[in-house]
Design a protein around this ligand. Structure first.
Ligand SMILES: *[C@@H]1O[C@H](CO)[C@@H](O)[C@H](O)[C@H]1NC(C)=O
Ligand SMILES: *[C@@H]1O[C@H](CO)[C@@H](O)[C@H](O)[C@H]1NC(C)=O
Ligand SMILES: *[C@@H]1O[C@H](CO)[C@@H](O)[C@H](O)[C@H]1NC(C)=O
Ligand SMILES: *[C@@H]1O[C@H](CO)[C@@H](O)[C@H](O)[C@H]1NC(C)=O
Ligand SMILES: *[C@@H]1O[C@H](CO)[C@@H](O)[C@H](O)[C@H]1NC(C)=O
Ligand SMILES: *[C@@H]1O[C@H](CO)[C@@H](O)[C@H](O)[C@H]1NC(C)=O
Ligand SMILES: *[C@@H]1O[C@H](CO)[C@@H](O)[C@H](O)[C@H]1NC(C)=O
Ligand SMILES: *[C@@H]1O[C@H](CO)[C@@H](O)[C@H](O)[C@H]1NC(C)=O
Ligand SMILES: *[C@@H]1O[C@H](CO)[C@@H](O)[C@H](O)[C@H]1NC(C)=O
Ligand SMILES: *[C@@H]1O[C@H](CO)[C@@H](O)[C@H](O)[C@H]1NC(C)=O
Ligand SMILES: *[C@@H]1O[C@H](CO)[C@@H](O)[C@H](O)[C@H]1NC(C)=O
Length: 812
């Protein structure tokens, strides 16, 4: 009857890092069909012709038409009637200003928002880096932010009538979260993320390129560069001003909306991402999609021409029955609605897009990329060779994502490509990690082992939790459960009532991350008790658990049943494989957007492997650039991941225990309600959550979460115009700079971008990763067969999932 199965499967730790990373501060609401965007707007296609430009314009209304009819004076009523009046097949768009006025007309829920912040505070107790955000180390480039204190202030402001509308409140709270610059910490509220999305019209995509690879980059219209590529007589002119302000100053004001902790990354995030578009994720940049940016966009070019366009609001929810701010609230702000069937006005989802080049491309294919040697069918990883003199010893692994439901296939693709490359005489390797927002955490550790298979290269992978009260109870009760001591384990009837057909193994698997049996300590030794694991340790004014490590020989520890990391379990044989490339002959290519799982592999490659980094792009000024601007957290939990864990342990208790737990953070977290009512939903799950685990560096006595550690790339390069349309030019640019020079290792880098003390070539790796040498390798016991609960992940509870009805209803 209840198909909670799906929800639970997705929540059970099959993936550790966020599976569907939010598009970097650009909310993707439910029903928001990125395919549609891809079809209408993909910039690499010949869309700058008059018909398609017309098609992106809002036809029935213009801002001046808005107040004309008294009956339609309510902006939400105008949105509603406009969308209904659109001809079938057209995009559901209205002028941005109208969309914004509709959102602003939603009445404030003063009491509900006070409660919402109470809930958020409970869940943020799990956010690993609150203390470091409040008091960051000097090398952190962003301003400190005390999230809890500022939320307290917002509660006061609510009570004293300091907000006019729900929109103002949500905007304030969302920008507070954004100042954590942690893309695992996401709050995606109903109004801002679930109903309307703001965009500039198609064709406003920009790009930042250097004329010759040395000069500071200038801003161009993306499509101008494509046009120039096709028509050599066309000479594009740079953008001089936007909406009357200097282009750089204006773009800096837009860039801050992206939740990266590095200004160069936020700059890059303004523009379309070559690797993401190539792999089917239409990331057009935060200049094109994101927050409301005023009613129109006017660009003036240096040749004197100016262009003005109306900004758009894409209506992603069904406005049937909405005719005012109050009815908007009734419909969209009272918890998830059943997923609406596709509306008649929605564009047909599949219009075939032909790749721009005439060369035949294999299926599947990275759009616009050369023919791959090997390609994962989901385009998450592809291997390339460059068949040109001077470049024919180079292999490229393009990894725009670690999101792969089939981790085994991902491992195989990568391993096959590395073997094939080594066998065909390739001696150099580029890891192109641009755009990579993470995915399945285990693949981060595995990718490192793919190129460092030897037994003494054990991935450190030290992590920890923020030591909060609910976590402590979850850990203690899980430990009791492991020992068979909880109430339900002594009472069959109670167990059945609480957990239905689920087995104790299912419950163990869900809570494995908090079970000392499945964690190792910092020295890779067993941890005897939860109390020993929990600590807490006081660091930088906040409290944390001790440092824990995965046991890669223990499936529940890393939660990917049936998968063996290279060098462990079924892949223990790989420790005899020779290292395929030397450290000097490998390099990572970063554009800053690397987050989550991507930063796990980057940390290991750099600080254990001594692999250098080249960063591309960034603000138009010389100097070093960090390769990574995304969260370096090692695991995210969605809001419901936290809730499910607390509910599971709660329902192992006796009625007396439960009554007592109701007065603690455990009970309050398990039964929080307002947070789940006022969030946007994506794919049936509440959108957003926290960073659960800090990632730590081996031998770092300060135990600083890695996102607060400044790390310059070894070298930095600019994009040039030819690179925008031809990824091979990017890779050749990397080879030229990183693999062809003398002892210094590099040449042709952006002025003053080399030799930073935090980079490998500046000595940064030796300082952090090499001293003292790692402990001797563990004695591997060969391929052990484990009896994980692989086949039976479905926890079909009754009582506790009934309390999740909010979440469940959208899955059914
Ligand atoms: C303009 O777009 C239409 C529809 O996508 C296409 O059929 C036509 O060939 C395009 N024209 C040019 C000049 O690109
Ligand atoms: C596009 O706009 C131009 C100029 O306003 C107009 O002449 C043309 O008919 C329009 N095309 C379509 C398909 O609406
Ligand atoms: C000026 O430059 C812009 C942007 O490249 C271009 O669209 C426009 O056609 C140019 N104007 C003239 C008069 O050449
Ligand atoms: C753009 O918006 C501003 C502010 O509403 C307005 O003053 C200006 O006339 C608009 N420009 C165009 C070209 O629509
Ligand atoms: C690589 O180049 C050689 C020589 O030009 C050619 O024979 C071969 O077919 C090319 N291989 C690929 C995969 O393009
Ligand atoms: C490809 O992606 C789809 C959708 O996310 C997923 O269902 C499928 O399992 C993936 N396939 C592989 C081989 O990873
Ligand atoms: C076992 O649990 C059931 C259901 O909660 C309860 O009715 C019964 O009293 C319990 N038995 C004991 C011995 O506690
Ligand atoms: C890691 O897990 C394996 C399999 O459960 C176990 O045999 C081994 O003892 C564990 N390692 C440590 C150090 O506890
Ligand atoms: C190891 O291989 C066996 C036999 O193929 C398989 O059943 C098991 O799931 C694998 N275990 C791991 C952790 O890969
Ligand atoms: C090691 O064993 C795995 C699983 O049986 C296999 O896929 C892999 O090819 C083997 N590796 C080597 C180097 O033999
Ligand atoms: C605990 O609190 C929840 C939510 O308020 C409530 O449904 C439940 O009955 C309470 N349990 C006990 C044993 O008081």
């Amino acid at each position: 009857m209840h198909r909670t199965y799906l929800l639970l499967l997705s929540a059970c730790g099959v993936s550790l890092a966020r599976m569907h990373p939010y598009l970097y501060g650009v909310p993707k609401g439910p029903g928001m069909d990125m395919e549609e965007l891809a079809v209408v707007d993909v910039v690499s296609l010949a869309l700058d012709n008059s018909t398609s430009l017309n098609a992106t314009r809002p036809r029935p209304t213009s801002p001046s038409a808005v107040p004309s009819t008294p009956a339609l004076a309510e902006p939400c009523a105008v949105v509603s009637s406009t969308v209904q009046g659109l001809p079938p097949g057209s995009r559901r768009i209205v002028p941005a200003e109208l969309g914004m006025r509709c959102l602003k007309s939603v009445p404030l829920d003063q009491e509900g928002n006070v409660k919402l912040i109470d809930d958020l505070k409970l869940y943020l107790a799990w956010q690993s880096n609150l203390g470091f955000l409040k008091n960051p180390p000097a090398e952190y480039t962003e301003a400190p932010v005390d999230i809890i204190e500022e939320m307290n202030g917002m509660q006061e402001q609510l009570k004293s009538g300091g907000y006019n509308s729900e929109y103002d409140f949500q905007t304030d709270l969302m920008s507070l979260f954004n100042r954590a610059y942690d893309n695992h910490l996401a709050w995606q509220p109903d109004i801002l993320a679930g109903v309307i999305q703001f965009q500039r019209p198609a064709g406003t995509e920009l790009v930042s390129v250097s004329s010759d690879g040395r000069a500071l980059p200038e801003i161009f219209a993306y499509r101008d560069l494509e046009l120039a590529n096709r028509d050599k007589s066309f000479q594009p002119s740079p953008v001089r001003t936007i909406n009357g302000r200097g282009v750089e100053e204006y773009l800096q004001s837009v860039a801050v909306q992206a939740d990266f902790h590095d200004a160069d990354t936020r700059w890059n995030a303004l523009f379309p991402s070559q690797p993401l578009i190539a792999s089917g994720t239409t990331f057009l940049g935060s200049f094109r999609t994101g927050e409301y940016q005023g009613p129109n966009t006017t660009m003036a070019f240096t040749n004197g021409t100016a262009k003005s366009m109306i900004n758009l609001a894409v209506v992603i929810a069904d406005f049937n029955g909405v005719n005012s701010g109050a009815t908007f609230f009734q419909k969209f702000c009272r918890g998830p609605q059943p997923v609406a069937p596709p509306t008649t006005t929605q564009a047909p989802p599949s219009v075939s897009v032909s790749p721009p080049s005439s060369t035949p491309t294999p299926t599947p294919s990275h759009i616009g990329y050369p023919k791959a040697v090997i390609l994962h069918p989901n385009l998450s990883v592809g291997g390339y060779h460059i068949n040109e003199t001077g470049y024919d010893d180079v292999a490229i692994l393009s990894i725009p994502s670690y999101d792969s439901p089939d981790v085994q296939l991902f491992q195989n693709v990568m391993r096959d490509f590395i073997r094939l490359s080594a066998a065909s005489g390739k001696t150099k390797m580029i890891f192109d990690l641009r755009g990579n927002g993470g995915g399945n955490a285990i693949l981060g550790y595995d990718s490192f082992k793919q190129v460092f298979p030897q037994a003494d290269q054990e991935p450190f992978g030290g992590t920890r939790y923020r030591a909060n009260e609910a976590l402590n109870m979850v850990g203690k009760i899980s430990e009791n459960f492991e020992a068979g001591n909880t109430f339900v384990q002594g009472n069959q009837t109670a167990f059945l009532q609480a957990f239905g057909a689920s087995t104790p193994e299912d419950i163990s698997l869900f809570t494995a991350g908090f079970n000392p049996v499945h964690q190792l300590d910092v020295n890779n030794e067993r941890i005897d008790t939860w109390d020993q694991l929990f600590g807490p340790e006081t660091i930088n004014g906040d409290q944390f658990t001790t440092t824990i490590r995965y046991n890669f020989s223990d499936e529940p520890s890393y939660t990917y049943p049936g998968f063996s990391v290279i060098g462990f379990l079924n892949n223990t044989n790989e420790t005899a494989t020779p290292q395929p490339f030397t450290s000097e002959n490998m390099v990572m290519l970063h554009d800053g957007m690397c987050s989550s799982t991507c930063t796990i592999v980057s940390e290991l490659l750099k600080n254990q492997g001594g692999v250098r980094t080249i960063a591309i792009g960034g603000q138009p000024k010389v100097g070093p650039m960090q390769g990574i601007g995304g969260t370096k957290g090692a695991q995210s939990f969605n809001w419901d991941d936290v809730q499910i864990r607390t509910q599971i342990v709660y329902f192992t208790g006796s009625p007396e225990e439960q009554a007592q737990w109701n007065n603690t953070a455990l009970g309050r977290t398990a039964f929080a309600n307002q947070l789940f009512t006022r969030t946007a939903y994506a794919g049936g799950r509440p959108a957003g959550g926290i960073n659960l685990r800090d990632n730590l560096r081996r031998n770092d006595r300060s135990k600083t979460p890695l996102e607060f550690v400044y790390e310059a790339a070894d070298c930095r390069m600019w994009y040039t115009a030819p690179m925008i349309n031809d990824v091979t030019q990017v890779w050749k640019g990397v080879v030229d700079r990183m693999f062809t020079a003398d002892d210094s290792g590099m040449q042709g880098c952006v002025q003053d971008s080399t030799g930073h003390k935090s980079s490998v070539s500046g000595g940064g790796q030796a300082k952090s990763g090499e001293v003292p040498p790692p402990p001797p390798p563990e004695d591997e016991k060969g391929a052990e067969q484990l009896t994980g609960a692989a086949g039976s992940l479905a926890v079909v509870g009754k009582r506790w999932y009934a309390l999740l009805l909010l979440v469940i209803s959208v899955i059914l």
